[in-house]
Design a protein around this ligand. Structure first.
Ligand code: HEM
Length: 505
C-alpha cells in the first residue's frame, strides 16, 4: 500500500496562497487587551531610535494569551512578540542577553501553540507580516503588497520581506499542481505529469524574476548594516555580544540560556518543497556526490544546514515536507520513462530553472553580504577603534579587527567575550558561497537528458561577472584574501575567497 498523498488542509496549507495563510494576516489584534503590544510595535522604530524600547518593555505587564482566539490572532501575536523580542535584544548600544517576562512568557506560549520556535523566523517576518494594498488584487504582485511590521521603518526592509511574500504567493499554485503530478505518476499518466512539470518550470522562471527585483528597492549597505543586525538570532553570536545566547525570563526556577538561529529565507518551506517533489537531494555541506554511499553511511553525520532549517518552519509545514518526501515519485517516474522525451525535457527544465534561481540568489548574497562585509573590514582597518566602539551588534561585530575588543562594558568583559568567541568560532566555519554553490549544483544532479546534465555541470564563470548588479570585478581588488567569518541570516559562515575577489562562480 502506498502512503496517501498529503492533503493540504491537514497541514494548514492553502491551495491558493500556499504557505502564506489562507486568511490574510490581521493588521491588529481585535481584543483591546493587547493594545499595549500593538502600540509598541506601531512605534517600534521610534522606540529603538530613542533607545526607549527596553524601558517601555521592562514596565510592560505580562499579558496572558487567553484573549487570542483564531489562528490569525495567534499568528499576529507571534509576529508582534518576535519583532519586540529582536528589537529588545538588538536595539541598544550592546545586545541584551535577557528577554524580560513581558515578552518571554507570552512568546513561549504563542510559539508552543503555533509549533514555531520563539524567535523571529521567516514566518514571523514574511509569511505572517504582510497586507495587500487593494484586497481585490492579487498578493503575488509586488505592487500590491505592504508590510505590517518592520524594525527600521525603511522601504528597504519592507521590500526585503515583500519580495519573499510575492514569491511565496506566485509559487503557491505549484504545490497542488505537483501533488497532482505525484498522483498522475502513480497512474502512469505521463502526459499529465509532463503538463504539470511544464507549468512548474514556467512558474519557476517567474520566481527568479521576482527574486531579481530585490535590487530595485533594497539597498545592500542598508541591508547589511541596518536590517540584518535585527534579524540576528542568539546562536554563535559571541562576537556580536551574546556569548551564551539569551535567557527567556519565564519565571521558572530553571532559566537556561537559549540559542536560536536568526530569521532567514532558508526557512522557506516553498523552496524545500520544490527540492523534495523533484527528488533533489542536499547532502551535508562539504560532502561530494556518492561519498556517503561509498563510506557506507546511512545517517548523514555532518551538518546539514538545509535540514536544520526545517526546525524553524511552522511545525505543520515541516511535517508536510516530510510527508511529501515519503510519496515523492517524480524523479523515479522520469527515470523509468527515459524514452518519453517531452516528460524528460519538462523535468530537466524544472531542474534548470530552479538552478537558475539559486544562481541569481548567489549573486544576491554576494552583493548583499559578501561585498559589504569586505567593505566594512577594509574601513575598519583604516579607522581608530574609538570611531567604531559606539555600538555592539552584528554589523559592528564584523568590523572587529583581530585583537581589538569592542565591548562597551569594559575591558574584562571584553576579554571574556573574546575568549568565548574564539571557542565558538569554528562551529560555523562553513564557507557561505561554497554552501550555496553546492545546493545549486545538487539541484542539477538528477537531470536525465545528457545535454542538460552537461549544461548544468559546466564550470564557467558566468553569473556575477556579467551581472550588472553583482558589481564590477574591480570593487574587491586590493583587499587582502583571507578567511573571515560572517553571519549570514540564520548561519555563521566563512567568506570563502574561492569566489576569487568578486562573483567568480
Ligand atoms: C537580500 C536578500 C537575501 C540575502 C542577503 C540572502 C542571504 C542568504 C544567506 C546568507 C543564506 C545562507 C543561510 C543563512 O545564513 O541564512 C541564504 C540561504 C537561502 N536563501 Fe537567501 N537571501 C536573500 C533573499 C532570499 C530570497 C528572496 C529567497 C527566496 C527564495 C531566498 C532563499 C534562500 C534559500 C532557499 C536558502 C537556503 C539555501 C538554498 O536552498 O539554496 N533568499 N540566503
Amino acid at each position: 500500500m502506498l502512503p496517501p498523498i498529503p492533503a493540504l488542509a491537514d497541514y494548514g496549507i492553502s491551495p491558493t496562497h500556499g504557505f502564506l495563510p489562507e486568511v490574510l494576516p490581521l493588521t491588529r489584534l481585535p481584543d483591546p487587551y493587547y493594545n499595549k503590544w500593538e502600540a509598541i510595535t506601531a512605534n517600534l522604530q521610534a522606540l529603538i531610535l530613542s533607545k526607549r524600547l527596553r524601558g517601555v518593555v521592562d514596565r510592560l505587564p505580562v499579558l496572558s494569551t487567553i484573549g487570542l482566539e483564531h489562528d490569525a490572532e495567534w499568528r499576529r501575536a507571534y509576529s508582534l512578540l518576535s519583532f519586540m523580542a529582536h528589537g529588545y535584544i538588538w536595539g541598544g548600544d550592546s545586545p541584551s542577553d535577557r528577554l524580560p517576562p513581558a515578552i518571554a512568557v507570552p512568546l513561549l506560549k504563542v510559539s508552543q501553540h503555533l509549533e514555531v520556535l520563539p524567535v523571529a523566523t521567516y514566518a514571523a517576518l514574511c509569511l505572517w507580516n504582510f497586507k495587500p494594498l487593494f484586497v481585490d488584487e492579487d498578493i503575488d504582485n509586488l505592487e500590491n503588497l505592504a508590510t505590517l511590521n518592520t524594525f527600521t521603518g525603511s522601504l528597504d526592509e519592507s521590500w526585503f520581506y515583500l519580495v519573499s511574500v510575492a514569491m511565496e504567493a506566485r509559487g503557491a499554485p505549484i504545490i497542488p499542481l505537483m501533488l497532482t503530478a505525484v498522483a498522475a505518476a502513480r497512474q502512469n499518466d505521463a502526459p499529465t505529469v509532463t503538463r504539470c512539470l511544464t507549468t512548474f518550470a514556467e512558474r519557476l522562471d517567474d520566481l527568479t524574476n521576482l527574486l531579481q527585483r530585490m535590487h530595485e528597492s533594497c539597498d545592500p549597505t542598508i541591508f547589511y548594516n541596518r536590517i540584518r543586525p535585527f534579524l540576528a538570532g542568539s546562536k554563535n553570536m559571541a562576537e556580536a555580544g551574546l556569548p551564551n545566547g539569551v535567557v527567556y525570563e519565564d519565571g521558572s526556577s530553571d532559566e537556561p540560556y537559549r540559542q536560536y538561529s536568526g530569521g532567514s529565507n532558508a526557512q522557506s518551506s516553498l523552496i524545500q518543497f520544490f527540492d523534495v517533489v523533484l527528488g533533489i537531494e542536499h547532502r551535508p555541506t562539504g560532502e561530494k556526490r556518492g561519498e556517503s554511499e561509498r563510506e557506507g553511511r546511512t545517517q548523514a553525520p555532518k551538518h546539514n544546514f538545509i535540514m536544520e532549517m526545517r526546525r524553524y518552519m511552522p511545525g505543520p509545514h515541516a511535517r508536510f515536507l516530510g510527508d511529501v518526501q515519503a510519496v515523492a515519485n517524480i524523479r523515479d517516474f522520469v527515470e523509468d520513462n527515459r524514452t518519453a522525451r517531452p516528460l524528460c525535457l519538462a523535468y530537466d527544465a524544472c531542474l534548470s530553472m530552479l538552478r537558475a534561481l539559486r544562481d541569481k540568489h548567489i549573486a544576491i548574497v554576494t552583493r548583499y553580504i559578501v561585498l559589504p562585509s569586505r567593505e566594512v573590514r577594509a574601513r575598519s582597518r583604516s579607522r581608530s577603534p574609538e570611531a567604531t566602539r559606539r555600538k555592539l551588534n552584528l554589523a559592528t561585530a564584523s568590523r572587529q579587527p583581530q585583537g581589538i575588543a569592542y565591548d562597551v562594558r569594559g575591558a574584562v568583559a571584553a576579554q571574556q567575550q573574546q575568549k568565548q568567541a574564539e571557542k565558538i568560532k569554528g562551529t560555523g566555519g562553513t564557507a557561505l558561497i561554497s554552501f550555496l554553490k553546492q545546493a545549486r549544483d545538487e539541484t542539477g544532479e538528477p537531470a536525465v537528458e545528457e545535454w542538460t546534465r552537461r549544461f548544468m555541470s559546466r564550470q564557467v564563470r558566468t553569473e556575477g561577472q556579467g551581472d550588472f548588479f553583482a558589481g564590477k570585478p574591480e570593487e574587491g581588488a586590493g583587499l587582502p584574501v583571507e578567511e573571515v567569518e560572517v553571519t549570514g541570516l540564520a548561519g555563521i559562515w566563512t567568506i570563502d575567497d574561492d569566489v576569487g575577489g568578486i562573483c567568480n562562480y
